[in-house]
Design a protein around this ligand. Structure first.
Ligand code: BES
Ligand code: MN
Ligand code: ZN
Length: 497
């Protein structure tokens, strides 16, 4: 989809988008209404349009106008209108006409008085919302594909400051591409998206200047990654560790590190999940997808940072060779783990991936993303990701980044009392507590045992990585691509030289 920024105009072919606040039409909409002899106001009255955020009215084939239709979008109260609100506006308009047969969409939206935005920001946030909403994943449809396929090919966004908008869009577009990539990876079915297939898709990032290395089982065995390898042991498919490096910072700068859980399918292993809970477990690599999307974004926008992305890619399957409940494995850190439930596999994968990240790269911080526990949805539902951290500064920076980009997180505690719950009778620790309390915290405590002194944060994204029910305004379809925007923003706000 082509996106252009130009001076505002209501002369266009295709669909024209104008806006109204709760106090009335914005100037461009008002001018348009005059031109149409009051037809716009009349239509809005008929539709009981109040200018509330998200309200939308469509006028087809307006007489005396070149445009094929007009869309009026409500933006709510002036003073509440900020970046995320502009994104929802762009998304709402695109959602309305994406597959309608229309090719071109022109936004002529004035900055509401009192809004917390500059003209160029208004334009780029509209573009971001529009772009994220225009995503689709229909490659496996062979029938009725046309009706589902987007017809929209061109967005024109009117702005008084097209120069600045074009410049900052370059950067935002890179982030949107990263989100698309993460969504694609999550949406692919698990017969296609094996650990090796995932790894081979990350190789495409080398075109952007990312150094990509893939370790197979042999190399991981040499490194002593038996916690990760144990999880993949029951699968026909080889486990992989992907190491991506983007060196956009100064040579001597320590890198930041992102680690992703990449369980390409989680059957539970011998502690087999019931059938209904297994559905959707192709998405158990959502953390790895987010890290890959983030590396794409950082490289594509040439971020002035050194960043490493590490993915632990495995498939958790039951088999004659599969890991058993009661097994004891020695992790790369040297610590031993008694496996009591093979379905608590994400923490095993991360234990070795986190250890590798710290010992190999001595990062400034490490953030891991993982669809780690069903319990995080019991605690937080589908609105917030769970945040755990050993570092208050890192934690508050992540919270702030999340608020800015509309990927909110909620911090939960870590404490010795929870750590005691994973004491094992025969090894250094066990992989589950054995009680149902505080499942997400216990999982985070387990991870913390593999953190040295590095500032660390863990994001449990089990509730936000994909969506079965209601669709988020900026995210059509199943895989959300959650994590790319928050990590990119964290870097942009605090870690670029
Ligand atoms: N991948 C799951 C967590 C999950 C569940 C993500 C539902 C998304 C939706 C994880 O590997 C898992 O199975 N966790 C267990 C842990 C338990 C065995 C301690 C869980 O949440 O039940
Ligand atoms: Mn599991
Ligand atoms: Zn899992």
């Amino acid at each position: 989809m082509q996106i252009n920024f130009t001076a505002p105009s209501t002369e266009c072919s295709g669909t024209l988008v104008v806006a109204a606040t709760e106090t009335g039409l914005l100037p461009a909409a008002s001018a348009l209404d005059k031109k149409l002899g009051g037809h716009l106001q009349r239509a809005l009255g008929t539709a009981r349009f109040k200018g509330k955020a998200g309200q939308i009215v469509e006028l087809l084939a307006p007489v005396g106008l070149q445009a094929s239709r007009i869309i009026v979008v409500g933006v709510g109260r002036n003073e509440r209108f900020d970046g995320p609100a502009a994104e929802r506006l762009g998304a709402a308009a695109v959602g309305k006409i994406l597959t309608s047969g229309e090719k071109e969409l022109t936004f002529t939206i004035d900055l509401p008085k009192g809004a917390k935005l500059k003209a160029a920001q208004l334009a780029t946030h509209i573009a971001m919302g529009a772009k994220l909403r225009a995503y689709s994943f229909h490659k496996y449809r062979t029938k009725q594909r046309e009706e589902h396929e987007p017809t929209l090919t061109s967005l024109v966004i009117g702005t008084e400051d097209a120069g600045s908008a074009r410049k900052s869009w370059e950067r935002m577009r890179a982030v949107a591409e990263g989100v698309y990539l993460a969504r694609d990876l999550v949406n692919e079915p698990p017969n296609v998206m094996s650990p090796q297939e995932f790894a081979s898709r990350t190789l495409a990032l080398s075109k952007l200047g990312v150094k990509v290395e893939v370790l197979g089982e042999k190399e991981m065995r040499t490194l002593g990654m038996n916690a990760l390898l144990g999880v993949g042991q029951g699968s026909e498919r080889e486990s992989q560790l992907v190491v991506m490096q983007w060196n956009g910072g100064r040579k001597k700068d320590q890198p930041v590190a992102f680690v992703g859980k990449g369980v390409c399918f989680d059957s539970g292993g011998l502690s087999l999940k019931p059938g209904a809970s297994m559905m959707g477990m192709k998405g158990d690599m959502g953390g790895a997808a987010a890290v890959t999307g983030t590396m794409h974004a950082l490289a594509a926008r040439k971020a002035k940072v050194n960043a490493v992305g590490i993915l632990g890619l495995v498939e958790n399957m039951p088999d004659g060779r599969a890991q058993r409940p009661d097994d004891v494995v020695t992790s790369m850190s040297g610590q031993t783990i008694e496996i009591l439930n093979t379905d608590a596999e994400g923490r095993l994968v991360l234990a070795d991936a986190l250890w590798y990240a710290q010992t190999k790269f001595k990062p400034r911080f490490v953030v891991d993303l993982a669809t780690l526990t069903g319990a995080i949805m019991v605690a937080l539902g589908l609105e917030h990701a769970g945040l755990f951290s050993n570092d208050d500064k890192l934690a508050s920076r992540i919270q702030e980044a999340g608020r800015e980009v509309g990927e909110p997180v909620w911090r939960l505690p870590l404490a010795d009392g929870y750590d005691k719950m994973i004491k094992s009778k025969i090894a250094d620790m066990k992989n589950i507590s054995g009680v149902t309390h505080a499942g997400s915290i216990v999982a985070a405590q387990f991870l913390q045992r593999f953190i040295d002194k590095t500032p660390w944060a863990h994001l449990d994204i089990a509730g936000v990585a994909w969506q079965d029910g209601e669709q988020k305004p900026l995210s059509p379809g199943w895989g959300v691509g959650w994590g790319v925007r928050i990590l990119d923003r964290l870097v942009a706000d605090h870690y670029e030289s």
